[in-house]
Design a binder for this molecule. Structure first.
Ligand code: DX5
Ligand code: ZN
Length: 216
């Protein structure tokens, strides 16, 4: 699965940005509050407008403080997957339950330096694990290959039937880095600059998917 990140698109033309990647499995939307990360992007009203403008399932990545208070609103608005950061959530078990009750998949994200192992039990309540392969906050950063150890471990647990999460990776994914991520066991690849920086975003999505498929 490829999830183009509209962070790298023209914010004044988000409907067109979604239309430009019609063949993508998910549309990744980065919500940043200027507190959890040192960048500010968009919030619920803009996500609602995106949801009205596209049929692509929307994948909300919440880089915000207090997701316990705000995340469910995105699920109620109709987001397909809502991911919160484990570093920010106060009661992640309740949050996962509430997100699912509101009709969304529940995602849990770990920053590059956050370990995976302490959260294996917690992940039993979640549908998606989002492994950050850059420090969250900005697009266009370099891929951190060391996070692939977490991907391999998660893949093992999923294949052994101990976890049921979809493994997603976010940050620095492009035609050079996607193969190693695919080989490590990623199911869903977020790509911002590699898609919207290309002349033809739809073809960039196809090319990334093809490269990942070959490396699997
Ligand atoms: C970064 C965001 C990413 C970002 C990825 O904090 O979570 O989704 O858009 O951008 P690229 O693919 O350019 O690294
Ligand atoms: Zn993201």
């Amino acid at each position: 699965m490829i999830a183009p990140s509209i962070l790298a698109a023209d914010f004044a033309r988000l409907a067109e940005a979604a239309e430009a990647v019609k063949g993508a499995e998910w549309l990744h939307v980065d919500v940043m509050d200027g507190h959890f990360v040192p960048n500010l992007t968009l919030g619920l009203p803009v996500v609602e407008a995106i949801l009205r403008s596209t049929g692509i399932p929307v994948d909300c990545h919440l880089m915000i403080e207090d997701p316990d208070r705000w995340a469910v609103g995105y699920a109620e608005a109709g987001a397909h997957n809502v991911t919160v950061h484990v570093e920010a959530a106060a009661d992640p078990v309740k949050l996962a339950h509430d997100l699912r009750a509101a009709g969304a998949r529940a995602g849990l994200s770990v920053k590059p330096r956050t370990p995976f192992e302490p959260y294996v039990e917690l992940l039993k309540h979640y549908d998606t694990l989002l492994v950050m392969s850059v420090e969250p906050g900005f697009g266009g950063q370099e891929f951190m290959a060391e996070v692939l150890d977490k991907v391999r471990r998660a893949r093992q647990l999923v294949d052994a039937g101990e976890l049921r999460v979809l493994v997603e990776i976010d940050g620095g994914i492009n035609s050079d880095t996607i193969e190693q991520a695919a080989a490590a066991g990623v199911d869903c690849f977020v790509a911002g600059s590699a898609v919207y920086g290309a002349d033809d975003p739809a073809r960039a999505v196809e090319a990334l998917r093809e490269r990942a498929r070959r490396a699997m």
